[in-house]
Write a protein that binds this ligand. Sequence first.
Ligand SMILES: Nc1ncnc2c1ncn2[C@@H]1O[C@H](COP(=O)(O)OP(=O)(O)O)[C@@H](O)[C@H]1O
Ligand SMILES: O=P(O)(O)OC[C@H](O)CO
Length: 497
Amino acid sequence: MTHILAIDQGTTSSRAIVFDSAMKIVASAQQEFAQHFPRSGWVEHDADEIWQTVVDTCRDAIAKADISAADIAAIGITNQRETVVLWDRSTGEPIHNAIVWQDRRTAEVCATLRQEGFEAEVTEKTGLLLDPYFSSTKVAWLLDEVEGARERAAKGDILFGTIDSFLIWKLTGGAAHVTDATNAARTMLYNIKSGAWDADICARLDIPMEMLPEVKDCAADFGETTPDLFGSPLPILGVAGDQQAATIGQACFEPGMLKSTYGTGCFALLNTGSTPVTSRNRLLTTIAYQFDGKPTYALEGSIFIAGAVVQWLRDGLGVIDHASETQALAEKADPTQELYLVPAFTGLGAPHWDPDARGAVYGLTRSSGPAEFARAALESVGFQTADLLEAMHSDWDGATSGEAVLRVDGGMSASDWAMQFLSDIIGADVDRPAILETTALGAAWLAGMRAGVYPDQAGFAQSWALDRRFSPKMPSEDRERRIAGWKDAIGRTLSRS
Ligand SMILES: Nc1ncnc2c1ncn2[C@@H]1O[C@H](COP(=O)(O)OP(=O)(O)O)[C@@H](O)[C@H]1O
Ligand SMILES: O=P(O)(O)OC[C@H](O)CO
């Protein structure tokens, strides 16, 4: 029993990864599932389909690893956060499609609650902003729209959970209705300071507390899978939301340590230690991880478009066939042209939070072509990160102490060009680890540590290995000019400007 099975349930695909006793990946399986867009701005998933992809990929990964369930010491789960599932306690059937974190259907409700002055209380208690991104208003929407749901929820017959919670319910055959503190922290119903569901917020949104799961540490006993699923029962011993799992996988365990994950979007988390820091710059305060009942907090900045700007070059403009071609294009771009591409395709996230802004390109000349666009696209990710780090530094003194290093992961961190520009523009070292699967690694470590097969926190931190460090090379006057150019571009793009 030396292997660990990590389930990484993401927004577009489910993955299962088997790690061996040395925390090395031995096999993995991945399945995409359908995205449903019933109306403009609405995004749904079929939770049953997600469940099926999770079971299939787990079985597949176990088979590929050429082991049996009896060789697996524990399961760790990491998941897309905020997405809401409501299901029937007696049948385990979802009562509606899951409403995904990207879904904007509760924008008006949020605006009204904000006008009524509710945001201060929400931020004070949950560390979040009154935005449709988070779970709570989606839960309220479902209780309003599905006939009889609120009454049944009040009797405890309908349960709420984020994806981790729903998966655990299914994996354990309905034996456990639980979640972990990092997922709870994204619901906008959980008081991150007192560590409890907040009765006032639940009452204000008319959400019966009977439907909420029990909240546990990230490394805890979440239940055991039914024996029929994988051949023998497996304990679920680790759970964390995907961005928190990446923070853990990157071993950002000390205050001041910072990671940024570059997938479709980008999520940067700065460990601020045992005290929650309130942002003056509209960053989120969240729980990075929780052990022994003690939360460690983080400031989080979310950017909606990172790798997706590269997808746009491929699918929208058609100037590349593969994401990796951006490197060669950027290298041959005309150095005298300074294009600024603001990828506000779906509005701007932190620190601007402008849902109505739309994308723009500034500085075009007659000789601007694919190479200049590719370079501007990669640069936009660095500039957006610089905005987040500036906000973090202004929010928290600890962010500037010690050796400032940004640890990166996610698909886009494979781009050497983008990572060098990132280092140049933030003026700090950027470290890319040997294992880029940091999200799954984080979940696996939580479970393996709890099972006693993986090292403790200090030992795990020591095992973190560098692939490559990118250090700033850009002269400071160039950096200042480029940042000023970006700020000007952002200022022109904001819908309020
Ligand atoms: N070599 C590369 N250069 C630039 N961008 C890349 C490269 N490889 C992948 N990407 C981008 O990374 C993203 C995929 O990263 P991934 O971590 O798999 O994302 P997600 O988990 O959000 O689906 C895509 O948007 C893709 O455009
Ligand atoms: O599934 P991902 O990797 O796009 O991550 C989604 C985030 O958890 C949303 O907050």
